[in-house]
Design a protein around this ligand. Structure first.
Ligand SMILES: C[S@@+](CC[C@H](N)C(=O)[O-])C[C@H]1O[C@@H](n2cnc3c(N)ncnc32)[C@H](O)[C@@H]1O
Length: 206
């Protein structure tokens, strides 16, 4: 569970991931049964999955990210884990190994705002294809909640994202919920997290 940067030249370090990995782990520990099969979408540097795999030892984890640089970093942070999949949520076939299915958890942090809005559809449709009957989808990140004030830091982050790529930006929670509902998922819990983030927990509609 060390937070020291691995010596491998491929290792990337995200200060934000270092800050939020423990609150996220504690929320997952409170939600999940002792064991199961999990897929992380958009694993990024790999800091999260290395921490979650150590903190949820009964769980089998698979990492994924479409970026080769991210996959090299994941291998550096989590050398004992299986090779990360080159999974893009918009792919019609996620190419998951049959032995890891169905999934008891799909976890995705900080991806929806840094990808086109259509990625939400890909995420929820994929979750609907691969989650076990009692499986959960957890999505972490900043959202705009209609009717509630948006933190100034999130407004600034949204403007910065849109200036980098007009297709990016914080997602509106009601639109995300509608997209999930179209895929047969209903929101089970909305958990407030540090620094104005949310952890959203979906389950299959009965
Ligand atoms: C801001 S990083 C978040 C990484 C990590 N989850 C975290 O919270 O630190 C966003 C990640 O999303 C990945 N990503 C972008 N578009 C994606 C897509 N369509 N499908 C899957 N991952 C995607 C990127 O490659 C990048 O690693």
């Amino acid at each position: 569970m060390s937070s020291a940067l691995p010596e491998s030249p491929g290792a990337r370090h995200s200060p934000a991931a270092e800050r939020n990995k423990q609150p996220m782990l504690e929320a997952l520990q409170a939600l999940l049964p002792p064991r199961g099969r999990a897929l992380e979408i958009a694993s990024g540097s790999g800091q999260h999955i290395a921490h979650f795999a150590a903190g949820l030892p009964g769980w089998h984890w698979l990492a994924s990210d479409p970026s080769p640089e991210a996959r090299a970093s994941i291998a550096a942070w989590w050398p004992q884990g299986p090779a990360a999949l080159a999974l893009d949520v918009q792919d019609a076939d996620w190419g998951l190994p049959a032995g890891h299915l169905p999934l008891d958890l799909i976890h995705c942090a900080n991806m929806l705002h840094i990808a086109p809005s259509s990625s939400a559809k890909g995420l929820f449709q994929g979750a609907s294809r691969h989650l076990a009957k009692t499986g959960l989808l957890t999505v972490y990140g900043p959202f705009v909640v209609p009717g509630e004030p948006t933190a100034p830091s999130n407004l600034a982050f949204d403007a910065e994202l849109r200036s980098r790529n007009p297709a990016w930006g914080l997602r509106q929670l009601d639109q995300v919920l509608a997209c999930a509902q179209d895929a047969g998922l209903r929101l089970r819990e909305r958990i407030g997290m540090p620094a104005n983030n949310l952890l959203l927990v979906w389950e299959r509609q009965p």
